[in-house]
Design a protein around this ligand. Structure first.
Ligand SMILES: [Zn+2]
Length: 391
């Protein structure tokens, strides 16, 4: 909660201009007065806070196998989530299932549709932010989660849609909602999803996009220059050792050769997170091959994250995504070992590593996507009748 004077200082407006803005937001019902500040020595200042139930956004994270849905209010609080749903292939089917999930979530929470600013969708795809308006068509890109999906969802729901890269959505959400990320302004979110690894990076308080909007492709940071060839053209990329696809390929090869202590993943077919969870569980139970594999994943991810932190002078790394579920402590310990060595030699004071505070696994990307929608989409909800129009 802040006063008009504090708001004007933070936003660089005069107190008079801020008072006018606040009057308008109060009369529209988007903020409310919440008591006054005491003990400041001068005249008590009226404190203001965002009125959470004045507007909402739905966040959706779309991965290879599953989708997560969350409803977030204007204050950034998660109001409700749906149980994870399957993520279907094909733009039209995918858009229809996203629209169905949004409808179900709004129905069960009884939030009126005219209070919903829009839908944020995070997944593999464009790294910049791309918004589609209400029920309008537009130029389409040719990517898996792209503007075509956004337009189809917009048409199905008659709500604006914002498409975001999943790792960037987590980073932007952390910057908006977590004090340490906001204070730092120089941090990265490493996202280990079903489809692989990515990262969203903030430098000097800005999301880093790069010349092709592909900044943060930590999956293709080489950790072995003599390693196997990667589909990106490089060798020994982190992706080849730590992505779910690579983990399952390694375990399948192991299981074929070692029938006595097979880990028991599906011998063929699509890679599933339940098989990845089986590998993590075997590692926790002391299966020698699984334990070594998972320990290596943690060390590689920690090392690549530390390299990125050194390269870009970051002081916070945040882990998120379904791929970390069940190995959080192992990965945090490996990363903190690196941080400890930084401290020993006097480098990177204050460097910290933690799990995302937005939500567990891929839910973090859904929350980040909703926050992105609240911040970037035009406010098209009607004003609430305000209790106070005071200055
Ligand atoms: Zn690569």
């Amino acid at each position: 909660m802040l006063s008009r004077v504090e708001l004007s200082e933070r936003m660089g407006f005069t107190v008079a201009a801020m008072t006018n803005i606040v009057r308008s937001l109060l009369s529209d019902g988007f903020i409310e007065e919440a008591g006054s500040s005491g003990n400041t020595g001068g005249k008590p200042r009226t404190l203001l806070r965002i009125k959470g139930d004045s507007a909402y956004a739905v966040g959706v994270s779309v991965d290879l196998e599953s989708m997560s849905f969350v409803l977030v209010n204007l204050a950034g609080d998660v109001v409700d989530t749906l149980p994870t749903r399957a993520s279907p292939q094909g733009d039209e089917t995918l858009a229809a299932e996203i629209a169905r999930g949004v409808d179900d979530l709004l129905e069960r929470t009884e939030v009126p549709r005219d209070r919903v600013i829009g839908v944020g969708i995070a997944g593999q795809g464009p790294h910049g932010r791309s918004a589609t308006g209400r029920a309008s068509a537009g130029p389409y890109a040719d990517q898996w989660l792209d503007d075509e999906v956004g337009h189809l969802v917009t048409r199905g729901l008659d709500l604006p849609v914002l498409i975001q890269n999943d790792a960037n959505a987590v980073a932007a959400g952390e910057f908006s909602l977590s004090l340490d990320a906001r204070t730092s302004g120089n941090f990265a979110c490493v996202y280990l999803g079903e489809s692989g690894l990515g990262s969203g990076i903030f430098t000097d308080g800005q999301l880093l996009l790069g010349s092709n909007s592909y900044a943060g492709a930590i999956a293709h940071l080489s950790i072995d220059v003599d390693g196997p060839e990667c589909f990106c053209g490089s060798r020994g990329c982190l992706e080849l050792y730590s992505a779910p696809r690579s983990i399952i390929e390694a375990v399948r090869a192991h299981d074929e050769d070692a029938a006595d202590d097979a880990i028991g993943v599906a011998a063929s077919g699509p890679v599933t997170m339940s098989d990845v969870a089986r590998v993590y569980s075997a590692a926790r139970s002391g299966h020698p091959y699984a334990a070594e594999l998972v320990s290596d994943i943690a060390r590689y991810v920690a090392s690549a994250s530390a390299t990125m932190a050194t390269l870009l002078d970051l002081n916070l790394i945040v882990f998120s995504g379904d791929g970390f579920l069940g190995i959080e402590e192992l990965c945090l310990t490996a990363a903190r070992d690196v941080a400890g060595r930084f401290m020993e030699v006097g480098a990177r004071p204050g460097f910290a590593v933690r799990m995302s505070q937005l939500g567990p696994g891929n839910v973090a990307a859904a929350v980040g996507a909703a926050v992105g929608a609240l911040e970037a989409l035009p406010m098209q909800v009607p004003p609430l009748i305000a209790a106070s129009g005071g200055a």
